[in-house]
Design a protein around this ligand. Structure first.
Ligand code: COA
Length: 280
């Protein structure tokens, strides 16, 4: 099955290692730069197809999600700003009622992204606002350029965040900062996002792609089975109490002792070789 490209979502498959066939990083670009990559219905449905394709395609090891760079403006017009995603497409809110939103959320692209079993990295260069901040928070890691700005401005629309910011952000950046961001609607810059743990790393814009892809390739070079177990186990920490979580981790750790990749990894270490994983 080929990558599900659409007008608003492009997917590049970048090899993890030029020498060996050990799978690819899917670089997924949300492509509506004239609207700051805002999430309209078409983007949301493309994201869902992308997630289903990644889950079903063994060769894809890691997803890097980003927003398209601004287009060159027509003469006399100003350049649009850089954006990861400036939120849900506000024009699609007009006239919508609660039942429309409930129906939309029953099959929710952000939840699909969150539930992907493979590692995901948000590569943020510019505005990550509202649903954009939430899409970034639905990825496992966020790498931001120094010109990025994060925020949850829904309060200015008479709304609250709806794609998980009141829940996932509390777990990521804490209760107090989430309250402040949601209640003020104010943006924070990349350094502040880094300081509070919203961005894992901040880089100059010209280094963002290389830094992010290096991390994606590093993660993608590990055993995909072990990564899947690790991700699921860390995720469990968000839902269960400490005692149950520690027991869950012990069981996940124990279960990996029956995996071939544990034998491969341990032997590779002892023989000073590079591990050639069964689950690439
Ligand atoms: N939905 C729909 N369109 C959006 C959008 C969104 N969330 N965010 C930006 N756009 C569009 C603008 O309408 C504009 O379109 P146009 O050129 O056809 O008029 C284009 O993207 C560029 O945005 P603009 O507002 O002109 O850029 P700016 O540099 O003046 O301001 C922002 C940038 C990010 C501060 C501003 O666009 C903004 O506040 N966006 C909305 C953020 C938001 O509330 N997100 C949460 C939604 S739930």
């Amino acid at each position: 099955m080929g990558a599900p490209q659409t007008d608003v979502l492009s997917i590049e498959e970048l090899p993890i290692n030029d020498q060996k066939d050990v799978g690819s990083v899917a670089l997924v670009t949300i492509n509506r730069p004239d609207k700051l990559n805002a999430l309209n219905d078409e983007v949301m449905s493309s994201l869902k197809s992308m997630v289903a394709w990644v889950e079903a395609t063994d060769s894809i090891r890691v997803v890097v999600l980003t927003g398209a760079q601004p287009n060159q403006p027509p003469e006399g017009k100003r350049m649009k700003p850089n954006a990861f995603v400036a939120g849900a497409d506000i024009t699609e809110f007009v006239g919508k009622r609660s039942d429309d939103i409930r129906e939309m959320f029953a099959d929710n692209a952000v939840e699909a992204l969150w539930s992907l079993s493979k590692p995901t990295i948000a590569m943020v260069d510019g505005f990550a606002l509202g649903g954009g901040c939430e899409v970034a928070c639905s990825c496992d890691v966020r790498i931001a350029s120094s010109r990025s700005r994060f925020g949850t401005p829904e309060i200015n629309l008479g709304l609250i965040p709806g794609y998980g910011a009141t829940q996932r952000s509390v777990r990521l950046i804490g209760y107090g900062k989430t309250m402040e961001m949601v209640m003020t609607g104010e943006m924070i810059d990349a350094d502040e996002a880094h300081r509070i743990g919203l961005a894992n790393h901040v880089c100059p814009p010209e280094e963002l792609r290389e830094f992010t892809l290096n991390m994606a390739r590093l993660i993608g070079s590990k055993s995909s089975n072990t990564l899947r177990v690790g991700k699921a186990t860390i995720r469990a920490a968000l839902d269960v109490g400490l005692t149950e979580g520690v027991a869950l981790e012990a069981e996940a750790f124990a279960s990996l002792f029956d995996s071939k990749d544990k034998e491969i990894g341990v032997n590779a270490f002892l023989n000073r070789e590079t591990a050639e994983w069964e689950h690439r």
